[in-house]
Design a binder for this molecule. Structure first.
Ligand code: IPE
Ligand code: IPE
Ligand code: MG
Length: 252
């Protein structure tokens, strides 16, 4: 634990006492390609290094009082990349699912996925379902992996489901309120993110959790994702701790 961290808002007292804080941090893991290119390496080497950063940050959640960590791994737009990069990313994802399953379960991490998994290779879909089943009863903290995920696609799917229920006479249009749409999101019990971190200096949302980010705080870190380490996470959490969240109200 770094000097002074325990007494700051970085590590809440509830966490130190072993109580779940409910805090949700979501990360747009960006900059793998640039990290590699700057080192004269192929982009896939950046993705490989990015996977190490995933392992590192997942480990750190309990210490930082993070109850839910959502990682944006592959967007609905990332299919536009060269086929060999997409293949490489899928191979890494497959390897992660195979290699990390036992450790995640041992650590008490409940793993869930958001995004349209039906477009992924069938063996990957099976590994995903297996990991979800294996960790379903884990309660220490939640890891949500966004794979083939798009915020607009998720909202459109929720709208379709609600429209179908209206068409089938199961609900009246008047019942479609914010709670109904929230309930139509892929993981309805997922709290909205408190903090969204995007690495690599880019400052945009790129179709991530559009509905859920209504009142999220944003921290844009300069590090490329493979360089995102304990210190970088601590800086982001400190920046978040210094924010005054108002939710439209007047504070103080
Ligand atoms: C993030 O790094 C990983 C994915 C989007 C899958 P990038 O691959 O986007 O890296 P840059 O932005 O090109 O540097
Ligand atoms: C967002 O990064 C998607 C992920 C991190 C998985 P991108 O690199 O794909 O986003 P853009 O294209 O720069 O907006
Ligand atoms: Mg990028």
């Amino acid at each position: 634990m770094p000097d002074g961290a325990a007494s700051s808002t970085v590590i809440p007292a509830a966490c130190a006492a072993g109580v779940r804080s409910g805090r949700h941090v979501a990360i747009i893991m960006d900059g793998n390609g640039r990290w590699a290119q700057r080192r004269g390496l192929p982009r896939l080497a950046g993705h490989r290094a990015g996977l190490e950063a995933v392992r590192r940050i997942v480990e750190l959640c309990p210490e930082f009082g993070i109850d839910t960590l959502t990682l944006f791994a592959f967007s609905t737009e990332n299919w536009r990349r060269p086929p060999e990069e997409v293949r490489g990313l899928m191979a890494l994802f497959r390897r992660y699912l195979r290699k990390e399953a036992a450790e995640l379960a041992d650590k008490g991490v409940r793993v869930r996925f958001i995004g349209d998994r039906t477009q992924l290779d069938i063996d990957i879909q099976q590994l995903m379902a297996g990991l979800e089943a294996r960790t379903a009863d884990c309660r220490r903290y939640d890891l949500v992996l966004a794979v083939n995920y798009g915020g607009r696609a998720e909202i459109a799917a929720a709208a379709r489901r609600l429209a179908r229920e209206v068409a089938e006479g199961l609900r009246s249009p008047d019942t479609i309120d914010e709670a109904a749409i929230s309930g139509g999101m892929q993981i309805a019990d997922l709290p909205d993110p408190d903090l969204v971190i995007r690495t690599s200096g880019e400052q945009r949302i790129s179709n991530f959790l559009l509905w859920q980010c209504a009142y999220a705080e944003f921290v844009f870190a300069e590090e490329c994702w493979p360089d995102f380490d304990r210190d970088a996470l601590e800086r982001a959490m400190r920046a978040f701790g210094a924010r005054e969240r108002r939710f439209g109200a007047v504070v103080g």
